[in-house]
Design a protein around this ligand. Sequence first.
Ligand code: TRP
Length: 469
Amino acid sequence: MANTGSSISAPLKRAAGAVQAAPRDGFATGLGVLTATLGSAVGLGNIWKFPFLTGANGGAAFLIVYLISTLLVGLPVMISELTMGRTARADAITTLQKLSPSRKPWWLIGAIGALSAFMILAFYTEVAGWVFAYIFKSLSAAALSTNPEVTSQAFSGLVTDPVQSLVWQWIVLGLVGFIIILGVSKGIENTTKRLMPVLFLLLVAVCVRSLTLPGAAKGLEFLLKPDFSKVTGLTMLTAMGLAFFKLSIGMGTMITYGSYFREDQNIPITATRVMLADLSVSLLAGMAIFPAVFAFGFEPSAGPSLLFITIPAVFASMPLGHFFMVIFFILAAIAATGAMLSLFEVPVAYMSERLGMSRRTATLLTMALLVLFGSAAALSNSVLADFKVLGMTMFDLYDFTTSNIFLPVGGIFICLFVGWVWGMDQVKKSLSNNGILKNEGIARLFLFLVRFVSPVLILLVLLQGLNIL
Ligand code: TRP
């Protein structure tokens, strides 16, 4: 794959690091860069959000808007962030401070990003908690029934129980915190290197099962045959928000990961690979889910509970369903873990590098803050079910404001920064690894997009979706 020389340079690099005083941690191998970045992109976004949003917004038409957003907006912003991070070699806030002209408040993008990290993690760790819980529930068959009413009751039993909700969230926080404390190369890189291939294999297995069911073709048709009458302003905003969420952009995750990239990493190519692999995982997840949903006559538009109510009923209806359901939730748990690692890394990098905390203290503090922030999401189906802001529970509010407002706004400013403030020569220099890569054409196309196309598109979709235009 990416770097054949990496196996030689990695041990050398680590050995060199050991003798220097406090070297900055980073991804040691080209493969590690790819699995960690892909690990960030692939997550509950693919396995939970993508299927339910596609199901609820009319299938293929939504998919097309999502694809356009990914290409014209997602990829340019991702390349921007990775390049900025690698140039500054610092956490998201410091990166913007380092690269921008003095006394300009561009660092605020990083600050809002850190806030977004907490808000996303607050609900993300909860959904991840359900996923982990479901691995065990599928083992015990408590949630496995062909009747969606029974599976629905099993799911409400979990989410309306405040103790179970909180405890599963804490288990997830503990696991992610443990890996983060191990460090960037020993924790994040090692974990994603081992788990990402497993995830792919498991997903393909479930997909083959689903596609070979009688009646599967209808599900494929739903995913591939567009009906544009379903596309509204809010649909477009939702699709674009999903593109941001999926690629982990708009809030500093990719800036932070970019700062751990190797000097010789080809950023435009890496970003494109990650985008394509992430898209493949989403499509595979769609092909694992919708054909089975249709084959057994369930509703595709079940919303957020699709994964926990419809899917178990679907599994219960098929031969070997019990086994496949365990596999399915294990793969979802793996996907969620890689993504949460990247979200955690944003505040942890800032606190440990800028505020002088040890990595351990920074991680423990992040975990403590999340116990606080996260409980509002965890309890939003039980004790806090009636506590609503702007008509949304805290869970929905965290999700809606980050995906549909903070990430797109962050994206606009990142484009403006790279396109208009940072300097064209500097951008070309960074994208070409100081002139070593001959990618002048790509750099020009990239600059055209981030200067004129992406920010305008994001703004239009944002205003349309929020009913302002
Ligand atoms: N991309 C991940 C997913 O699809 C979620 C995620 C990780 C994320 N880091 C992020 C979303 C940063 C927004 C911003 O599940």
